[in-house]
Design a protein around this ligand. Structure first.
Ligand code: C5P
Length: 236
């Protein structure tokens, strides 16, 4: 499979068409951005790590009944995926208060909430991805009620599977962001990535941050944190 035309270039990935109209190739970059593109930088090796970590976790999720867009990893940085129409929502799943939720509700980072929280944000860079609820989603027809129910149940399943898997590797899954897409036959599948860019991973014992917060907050050791995640998940 080879790349044809550049279809889209985002902050962390390029997406190319292929000879097959149903398939795309994602090419992960080392570029890092935060705060809706206001902070820019490079995290050496990030592209390859995010590609490999995402595919590793998507395979695990497929085995556990969550359909994904993954087709085949073709190089360290490149993966063939199903072409989907992205549902314009970021689904945020939270187990422990951190980041914007801790700030909004005045909670200490690390506060263990009594149950999992699901949030939806409307994907729009110009608007800063505003938070929306089910009513907004239905009123704006971002997706149907049936699709949203499926997205919510897949998101909770992802949380269950990943929390258990990561616990054995000494990683606490604090929160993460998911995106879903619709294939040409209307099937909802998990799309985008699941990586240290899109999840908060804390070391279970020391609570050390092993994710993009090290870049966002200038904590240092950014590359080391990404490599540590790769080592624990893939043994390299
Ligand atoms: O910033 P906030 O606390 O809302 O982020 C919640 C989770 O969603 C974090 O794991 C963060 O990495 C992820 N996220 C993301 N992309 C965004 C917003 C949040 O991956 N645009």
């Amino acid at each position: 499979m080879k790349k044809c035309e550049l279809l889209y270039e985002g902050k962390a990935k390029k997406v190319y068409t292929t000879e097959d109209p149903e398939l795309l190739i994602v090419d992960y970059k080392d570029d890092a951005t935060a705060f809706n593109g206001l902070k820019k930088g490079t995290i050496l090796g990030k592209g390859a790590i995010n590609n490999r970590v995402t595919n590793h976790l998507m395979k695990l999720l497929e085995k556990n009944g969550v359909p994904t867009h993954l087709v085949e990893e073709i190089s360290d940085r490149e993966t063939v995926v199903k072409k989907v129409t992205i549902v314009p929502l970021e689904v945020i799943v939270r187990n422990i208060a951190a980041g914007s939720l801790a700030k909004r509700l005045g909670l200490e980072e690390g506060y263990k909430m009594k149950r999992t929280v699901l949030e939806y944000c409307y994907k729009d860079d110009a608007l800063g991805d505003p938070m929306v609820n089910e009513y907004h989603i239905m009123a704006m027809e971002y997706c149907t009620k049936e699709e949203l129910d499926l997205i919510a149940s897949y998101s909770l399943k992802v949380n269950e599977v990943l929390t258990d898997y990561l616990k054995d590797l000494g990683i606490e899954l604090i929160d993460f962001k998911l995106e879903f897409g619709k294939t040409s036959d209307g099937t909802i599948v998990l799309a985008d990535e699941i990586s240290p860019d899109t999840c908060r991973f804390w070391d279970s014992k020391t609570h050390e941050k092993l994710d993009k917060d090290r870049f966002r907050r200038d904590l240092g050791g950014v590359e080391d944190a990404y490599h540590e995640i790769m080592k624990r998940l893939l043994g390299e």
